[in-house]
Every structure is written in structure tokens, then in C-alpha cells.
Design a binder for this molecule. Sequence first.
Ligand SMILES: CC(C)(COP(=O)(O)OP(=O)(O)OC[C@H]1O[C@@H](n2cnc3c(N)ncnc32)[C@H](O)[C@@H]1OP(=O)(O)O)[C@@H](O)C(=O)NCCC(=O)NCCS
Length: 166
Amino acid sequence: MQLPGSKTVREVALGSETCFSTNIRWLIRRDIPTILKIEERSFDQMTAEDIITNLRQRNTIGMVIEHEEEIVGWMMYEHHKNHIHIIKLEVLDVKRGTGFGTLMIEKLKSKLNERKSCLTMMVDETNLIGQLFLRSNEFKAVSIEKDWAESGVDGIFFRFRNSRTE
Ligand SMILES: CC(C)(COP(=O)(O)OP(=O)(O)OC[C@H]1O[C@@H](n2cnc3c(N)ncnc32)[C@H](O)[C@@H]1OP(=O)(O)O)[C@@H](O)C(=O)NCCC(=O)NCCS
């Protein structure tokens, strides 16, 4: 989606212009029905119970991205000693391709420091768009995990290293 003046949502959100407000905040229980609607179109769907169970882990955080007060995506990640592992990152299907996924990755990159210097994510080998998305956000494929998904599909392990902290 191109915004007035040929700017994408991402350019507006990252720049100084405020005509469209984009906000990334902590996920709260009230968001779960909206997240489940986003999940309906996903091929590795999480249930409300999965989301709540994951969020009960002390090192697990959920966040949503809102655009003009509508939730347009969400992510869940785990803090580890040396890295942040992304469990889930998803954008509402009709809002894809406009930079919201990249904004969520940039939010996670901003959390890295000298000690915690990597982002990691496992992607189903059949998820080509997910792989292109991570590569465009400077992740590199580092290994393959056999039979990663329940369906027996292999997973590709991606990692982003923060060069600013090396
Ligand atoms: C993968 C996903 C999160 C991307 O979110 P998004 O907001 O649409 O991505 P962005 O608009 O920020 O795209 C950033 C870059 O990723 C790549 N990309 C994204 N969608 C793409 C597509 N359909 N085809 C090819 N490249 C694509 C492009 O390089 C794009 O840069 P460009 O716009 O300059 O060409 C989204 O498609 C999604 O929710 N998919 C289903 C869930 C999923 O697979 N999650 C795993 C994520 S690794």
C-alpha cells in the first residue's frame, strides 16, 4: 500500500510524519480474539490456550502492532542469555507487504545489546515468503533441522547478528 506522497507505512512510521500512527505494544489478554483471527490464515495456527501457555513462561513476551488503532500483526519471542528467539511473527493477510513485519523485526533489533546480540527464528522450509522476509531483514540461514514440524517438514534456522555490537 502506498500512502500519500508515495511513502509506505514503514517510511511514515519510521520518519517524523505522524499522519498515520503505528504503535508496537505489549499483548494483553483482550487482544487474543483479534490475534486468533490473524492466526486463522496461518499454516501453523496457535490456539488461545497455546498463546496463554507460552506467555506464562517467564522469558516469553507477546507484542502487537497497531496501525490507526487496529491490530495488524503480532509476535511472540523468548529472551535467552545471548539471544532473542522469535516463536511467532505474523501480519494480518490484507496488510502484508507494507512494512509492518519489518517494523516488528526492527523493534526486536532495538532490544539487542553487547551481551544479547542475536535474533533467531526457525522457519518451515516450505515457507518461502517467510524466508525471503527474514533474508531481507538481514537474517542468514545457518542450519537445517530435520522433521522440525509435526507434519515432518524440515525447518530452516535463521539468525541475525547485530554487527553494531561485535
Ligand atoms: C512473513 C510476513 C511476517 C512478512 O510481513 P510483511 O509485513 O508482509 O513484510 P514486509 O512488508 O515488512 O516485507 C519486507 C520484505 O520481505 C520480503 N517479502 C515480504 N513479503 C513478500 C512476498 N510476498 N514475496 C516476496 N518477498 C516478500 C520483501 O523483500 C520485502 O521487502 P520489499 O517490500 O522492499 O520488497 C508475512 O508475510 C506473514 O505474516 N506471513 C505469514 C506468517 C509467517 O510466515 N511468519 C513467519 C515469518 S518469518
